[in-house]
Design a protein around this ligand. Structure first.
Ligand code: SAM
Length: 354
């Protein structure tokens, strides 16, 4: 074993943490990637075996009031054909998903005022009534705390809100004035206080990002202790102010997945669609590097291309059943298996057994 990987293993065994120096060294070279992935894979096997949990992603709306500089559905992109799913469409996605073995539905969308508390609570409580054995995950951006409370009471149990970057200056380079990192962090803390299983994360290789920023991201995650951590490479979209920036580096993203698995062994970590878009084998490589979740698309095929956060997004043409079948084979090809399971974070079961 190389000295660096031996150091990482020792540090983790002794204090469950990694020093900034070792993190920097591990992130900035690809020389030890295979050893790093192997170490992360054994941490994942210890915690979750070879199980891979599936989350059915339903993209409710591509309307958004925000203007994030990196995102294809930003408010000021005039070239987006905007859509919203009807309640019936959403319920029909859940019905299809349930039959295909999904036990988590992720309702994601831009920050769209149409999906106010009344409408969202109605949708959530209907899904909760129909699918008592499923988790309902929301990913609807920043909302008033009262709204998070109402949605939780209606039956939602998880919330995904990436912090995007934990560094104030970097945050201000990725977002227009008016969006605040402090508010995002407060939302995450409040979501946790309410009782949601919370997911956070960031893009790897976003414009102006440095290794030090990535280390800050890890430190913020250590403070937050989220149940889920979603990362993927930044991918360029032609209609954003960042159109001239290159895509994030896949190999760095894989290294980051391994480091997350080592620092947060209990976490649910997806091999994201962005990773699969950046590299045809990206999701399989993500699993081998320590990820244990995949999030296939359950949205109606007709709208999938319209939820274009970045260019060349994969899986926009197939029906849900085809996607599910394709992923089954992809996951199996690298020695893991998709399970029909609600897939709560391990600590959830431990806390509820007490
Ligand atoms: N509105 C919700 C929110 O802000 O959390 C959910 C939708 S938002 C589009 C989901 C995630 O997409 C963001 O957290 C961001 O990290 C990711 N994303 C947006 N643009 C991207 C890009 N160009 N490349 C990679 N990921 C991107």
């Amino acid at each position: 074993m190389s000295l660096l990987i031996e150091n990482l293993a020792d540090e983790l065994a002794q204090n469950g943490d990694l020093s900034d120096g070792d993190l920097k060294a591990a992130l900035e070279t690809n020389r030890y990637d295979l050893e790093l992935f192997k170490l992360a894979d054994s941490a994942r096997r210890e915690n979750y075996g070879t199980n891979v949990y599936i989350r059915g992603l339903i993209e409710l709306s591509n309307y958004c009031k925000n203007n994030c500089y990196y995102c294809g559905i930003r408010r000021d992109n005039p070239n987006v054909e905007r859509y919203r799913l009807t309640e019936e469409q959403i319920f029909s996605c859940c019905e299809t998903g349930y039959k295909l073995g999904f036990r988590t539905f992720v309702l994601q969308g831009g920050e769209d005022a149409y999906f106010n508390d009344d409408r969202m609570c109605n949708i959530v409580s209907t899904i909760r009534r129909r699918y008592a054995d499923c988790a309902i995950t929301l990913s609807l951006g920043e909302r008033p705390f009262e709204s998070y409370r109402k949605l939780f009471a209606a039956g939602a149990n998880r919330y995904l809100l990436r912090h995007e970057t934990a560094n104030e200056e970097h945050y201000a380079k990725l977002h227009p004035a008016g969006m605040s990192l402090q508010n995002r962090k407060e939302c995450l803390r409040e979501l946790k206080r309410i009782g949601y299983q919370v997911g956070s994360g960031f893009m790897v290789g976003s414009p102006y990002q440095t290794t030090e920023h990535l280390i800050e991201d890890l430190r913020f995650l250590q403070e937050l202790q989220p149940a889920m951590i979603g990362i993927g490479p930044y991918l360029t979209h032609r209609d954003t102010p960042f159109r001239h920036f290159p895509n994030g580096n896949v190999q760095l993203c894989l290294r980051m997945i391994s480091i997350l698995r080592l620092m947060f062994p209990y976490a649910l970590i997806p091999a994201t669609t962005a990773l699969g878009t950046a590299d045809p084998q990206g999701r399989e490589l993500g699993l081998l590097a320590g990820a244990n979740v995949v999030m296939p698309n359950l949205s109606p095929v007709g709208v999938r291309k319209l939820y274009e956060l970045y260019e060349n997004k994969i899986c926009t043409g197939e029906e849900a059943a085809e996607c599910r079948f394709c992923l089954h084979n992809r996951v199996a090809s690298v020695g893991y298996q998709i399970v029909t399971d609600v897939g709560h974070v391990r600590t959830f079961y431990e806390q509820n057994a007490k």
